[in-house]
Design a protein around this ligand. Structure first.
Ligand SMILES: [Fe+2]
Length: 388
C-alpha cells in the first residue's frame, strides 16, 4: 500500500513538472515568484499550409530566446487568401504556427486579423482548432468578433487580479459605405467596460490590450509631411495617399515605415480605454512598423511582422518581448527582438518578400521584362529602317 502511495505521489510530481502553472490555474494567469510575467508577442505569421522555413526558424529562435510565460499571436496568423478553398490546408497552416509553441508546453492566446478568414474556413471554425490545444486560453463570449478574451493576471501569492489582459478581435474590413479596415464594435466595447467595472469592484487592476488593427489615434503619433520629404512615409502600397513623419515628442522607441492601417471611423474604443485604466495597447497588421508612442497617457505599440510570405521588414522581422509586474502594474518593459539579434546569417534575397513573391524574383522579372521591351523596340526600329 505504502509503495502504491509513493508511486502515485511520484507520478503526480512528474506530471506537475510538465503542467505550466498558468494552465493549472485555469484561465487565470499567475506571475513568477519575483512578480514578473513574461509575454512574447508574435504578429503576422501570415503563411500557408507550407509555411516558409525562415518564419518557422525565426519563431522557434524567438521562443527559445524569450523564456516566456505566455505567447500572444496578434492576428493574421495564417494568410487566408493564399490557402484557397481547402479547410484541411487552413488547419495545417494554423497547426504549423502553433506546434512550436505547444512543443515548448507554453500557454498561448490569439487575436484574429483581417486575413485569417479570407478563405473557406470561418473564424468560428478556426478558434475551435486553436482551442483543441490545452494551452489555448481563448474565450469566446457572445459578442461581435471571435476569440475576444480577458485574462486576469495575479501575483504569485494571491488570487487578486492585478493586471487584466484583453484580447480583442478588431475585425477585418468595414462596411462598404465606410470603407477601409475593420473596427471594434459597440458591443465589444460594452463587454470590455463591464468587465473592467466588475474587476474594479475587486481592486482596480491595470489593463493591457492586444488587437490586430491599431486604433485611429495612432495617427496622433505623426505630423503631416510633404511627399518624399526626408523621414516621411505614406501608405506602403499607395504613395498617392497622405504623407506623414513621426512626431519625435510622442515616440519613445521604434518607428514607422508605413501609415497605420487603422479604421476610417473612431468607434469609441480609445475613449473607453481612457476611462478604464488601459496602460498600453499592442497592435500588429502594419508589418514594417514597430513604434512605441504615447497618446493621452496610453502607450500605443506596434510589433513588426514575423512572417516572410507577405511584405516585411528585412532583418527586422521579429517578435516583441513584454515583461509585466504584478507588484507595479503600471510599469512594464518591452523591446523588439529582431532576426538580426538572433541570427548571424544574412537573409537570402530569395526569402524576402513584399507581395508573396520573393523580391529577388520580382527584380529579375522586371529587369528581364525591360530587356525584352528594349529588344522589341530595337527590332521594330531596324525593320522600319530597312523598309524605308
Ligand atoms: Fe498582416
Amino acid at each position: 500500500m505504502k509503495k502504491t502511495i509513493i508511486s502515485l505521489a511520484l507520478i503526480c510530481m512528474l506530471l506537475s513538472a510538465f503542467v505550466n502553472p498558468v494552465q493549472a490555474a485555469g484561465q487565470t494567469l499567475r506571475a513568477r515568484e519575483d512578480n514578473s510575467f513574461r509575454i512574447l508577442i508574435v504578429a503576422d505569421t501570415q503563411d500557408t499550409e507550407k509555411p516558409r522555413q525562415l518564419m518557422l526558424d525565426l519563431l522557434n529562435a524567438e521562443l527559445d530566446a524569450a523564456d516566456v510565460d505566455l505567447v500572444v499571436l496578434l492576428g493574421d496568423n495564417i494568410y487566408g487568401p493564399y490557402i484557397g478553398d481547402d479547410k484541411d490546408k487552413a488547419e495545417s497552416a494554423i497547426r504549423a504556427v502553433i506546434d512550436p509553441i505547444v512543443e515548448r508546453n507554453l500557454p498561448f492566446v490569439i487575436c484574429f486579423g483581417n486575413h485569417d478568414d479570407e478563405n473557406c474556413i470561418s473564424k468560428e471554425e478556426q478558434i475551435a482548432i486553436y482551442k483543441s490545444y490545452p494551452g489555448c486560453l481563448n474565450e469566446d463570449p457572445d459578442i461581435s468578433g471571435v476569440g475576444n478574451t480577458c485574462l486576469p493576471l495575479c501575483a504569485a501569492d494571491s488570487d487578486e487580479a492585478k493586471i487584466l489582459l484583453w484580447l480583442i478581435d478588431s475585425g477585418t474590413y468595414a462596411e462598404k459605405e465606410i470603407g477601409g479596415f475593420g473596427y471594434v464594435k459597440e458591443d465589444q466595447i460594452d463587454w470590455f467596460k463591464e468587465g473592467v467595472a466588475d474587476y474594479n469592484a475587486k481592486g482596480a487592476p491595470t489593463s493591457y490590450v492586444f488587437q490586430h488593427i491599431a486604433v485611429p489615434q495612432a495617427y496622433q503619433l505623426l505630423s503631416p509631411a510633404k511627399p518624399f520629404e526626408k523621414g516621411a512615409f505614406s501608405g506602403l502600397f499607395n504613395p498617392f495617399s497622405k504623407w506623414y513623419k513621426p512626431n519625435a515628442d510622442k515616440i519613445s522607441a521604434g518607428g514607422f515605415e508605413e501609415t497605420p492601417g487603422s479604421p476610417r471611423i473612431d468607434s469609441g474604443e480609445f475613449s473607453a480605454w481612457k476611462d478604464c485604466g488601459v496602460k498600453a495597447a499592442f497592435f500588429g497588421h502594419d508589418h514594417v512598423n514597430d513604434f512605441v508612442g504615447t497618446v493621452d497617457g496610453i502607450d500605443l505599440i506596434a510589433t513588426s511582422g514575423i512572417g516572410f510570405y507577405a511584405y516585411g521588414k528585412g532583418d527586422e522581422h521579429g517578435a516583441r518581448m513584454l515583461v509585466l509586474h504584478t507588484d507595479s502594474p503600471e510599469e512594464y518593459e518591452t523591446e523588439m527582438v529582431y532576426y538580426k539579434d538572433l541570427f548571424d546569417k544574412p537573409i537570402s534575397p530569395f526569402a524576402l518578400s513584399r507581395i508573396g513573391i520573393p523580391t529577388f524574383i520580382v527584380v529579375v522579372s522586371v529587369f528581364a521584362g525591360l530587356i525584352l521591351l528594349i529588344t522589341i523596340i530595337v527590332v521594330i526600329i531596324k525593320k522600319r529602317g530597312r523598309t524605308q
